[in-house]
Structure formats: C-alpha cells, structure tokens
Design a protein around this ligand. Sequence first.
Ligand code: PLP
Length: 389
Amino acid sequence: SVTTTTGGRHFLQIPGPTNVPDRVLRAMAAPTIDHRGPEFAALGLEVLEAVKPVFGTTQPVVIYPASGTGAWEAALTNTLSPGDKVLAFETGHFATLWQEMATRLGLEVEFVAGDWRHGADPAAAQERLAADTAHEIKAVMVVHNETSTGVTSRVAEVRKAIDAADHPALLLVDTISSLGSIDYRHDEWGVDVTVAGSQKGLMLPPGLSFNAVSDKALQASKTAGLPRSFWDWQPILAANERGFFPYTPATNLLYALKVALEMLDDEGLANVYARHTRHAEATRAAVRGWGLEVLALDEREYSGSLTAIYMPDGGADAVRATILREYDMSLGAGLGKLADKVFRIGHLGHFNDLTLVGTLGGVQMGLVRSGVDIDPNGIQAALERLQQA
Ligand code: PLP
C-alpha cells in the first residue's frame, strides 16, 4: 500500500479530479437507458439547458464524452483553418500544451512568453492585436485558470484589450479548472468558445467535456477548414435539438451532471464562487503563516480553485510523498518546468471549511515531518480567516 493510514476517507486534494459528492455517485448508480429513447431525450434536453448558467451563457453548450483535451481540440478544429494565426500566452503547463496542440493541428501560433507566475497580459494582447492590422490573427487562446500555477487570467480585461485594438479575432478560453469554482461569464465577456471539463468544479468524475459556443464561433465553424469529424459541432447541435447525440453519450455521467448542476444551483453560483475565494484566502494565509511562498505573484490573479506553494530549491515531491504515505492525502505535483519546485493544494468542488482544515492540517504535519523549515503554527492564520464572518 502507498499509505500507512487505515480508516477514514482518502483526501483527494489535487486540483482535479476532485472529490465526487455521494449524491452524485448515487445518481450514477442507475441503469443505463436507451440513448435513442424518450426517457433519454428528456434527460438530454434537461442537462443541455441546465448547464448553461454555469458558463454564464444562453447560447449552445456542446457536451463531449471525452476529457478536456478533446474539448480543446474541438474548440480549435471547429473555428479555424490550416495556417491560421493564433495568439496564446505562456501562463504555465496547460497553456503550453494547448498551443502545442494548435501547432500540431497546422495552426501558426504566436506564443507570448511568460514566467509561469502571472496570467495572460491584457496589455500584451492589445499590443499584438493592434500591430496585426491585416487581421491575420484569427483567435486568441487564454487558459482562464492555469492549473499548473494557481494563477487566474483576467479574461474580461483580455476581452477589453481585443475590443480596444478593434480586432475581430475569436476569443477561446479554457475554463477546465475554473468553471463552477471561479466567477465566469461566457456571454458578458464576449467569449467565443469556452472549454470545460467535468472533473473539477463540476464535481463529477472525469469523462465529460464541453464547448460553450457563441454565435460568432458558430458562424466561423461554417467556413473553418481544419479537418474534424467526431468533434464537429454541427451534427451534435442538430441532434441536441431533440435531446439526443449523434453517437452513444456517456449516459451515467449525464445523470451525474444533472445532480451536480442541481447542487450548484441550490447553493447559488455567487455563493459557490465566494466559498472558493474564501478557502483560497485561508490557504494563502496558512502558506504565509508557515513562512512559505505562494507561486502566484499578482493578487488580482490569485486562483480560487487551487494554491501552488513554491519551493524554489526543490523537495516538493518528497513532501507530497510523505503526506500521501502518512496522512493518505494526494496533492498536486509540480508540472513541466515546475517539477519538484511546487506542490499544489486543490480547494475546489465539493469542499467545506473542515475539508480545508483537514487538508491544511495534513500539509502542515507533512511539512514538519519532511524536515522543511516552517512555522509549525502557520495553520492558525487560516483558522482565523475561516472564523471571520
Ligand atoms: N486545461 C487545464 C487548465 C487543465 O487543468 C487540464 C487538466 O488538468 C487540461 C486542460 C487537460 O484536461 P484533461 O486532462 O481532462 O484532458
């Protein structure tokens, strides 16, 4: 066994997949039904409508039986043509992977360099777009919440930058680790494609992903020349009109989605976002209480869904291994060039004050046990934050 702990639940505090609520697990444990029958149509119509508010949209949301990477590919192949230029920002590991995909698909990527401690820079976006007087850049790609760094890009400001440059590029945004955790507004921010996944703020197991699609994106898809078949929006949207899918949907995950959306609606999205903000604040208070460093540098970009703790001299993997072995808690590893230099605490999804206290308690004990030089009472600052109204 990888852990010496027995009894109690495993703490899955990676920044996704997140802990799945019992209510959602129970919803999945129902018989799979005929996906071409009337009972399914009712489910399909219900979830396709109920999912929209989480995106802040009244426009169509396409649901794929795929991980988030599939929805990344769908966003690109439905809207762009071979050789099109796209503008992307090096905010971290996931932004890097998405633009690599764009290159492999035959797009020409302008990748604005970054330090993995800041979000997409709206001023840089405006400058690049204003310089592109021929309007060769067809899309701007932004990862809203960079899961590898705990930095949240200011999408509304990127939108303003595109408008200020008076540029027609599409805005494509990855909300895989922000949707249902951090305030997000597809329609209000004029986002053209929002990419999301099931396994983080939506509190579902992995296996579903999403594209929320603006009218402008839908128009672009009519002439976009990149090859696509499985990901093509058109046949899916046509079948969705009657609650169906052109291929076998992930029926039991849709049962789960229905219940998870009910849970988010019962709590109220504003309350869900405030809860995440508060838990993120308490987590940063603990990190500073321990005398450690939060990776994110700009307080306007602190993530509500996870916190990356920076250990520039390395050793983060050993801390995580100790915490898993001694306390049965999984934390996120440093990815890409941050390997062993950060560990990440996920505080998103199905999560409350005591989940956070347990999580931070495990981190504190693990740090002490690993011999990291910290203030062993650092968690007190988090408790004080949580005790505030
Ligand atoms: N984008 C972000 C921001 C992510 O956090 C992830 C996964 O963690 C992905 C994309 C890739 O999604 P998936 O692993 O579901 O394919």
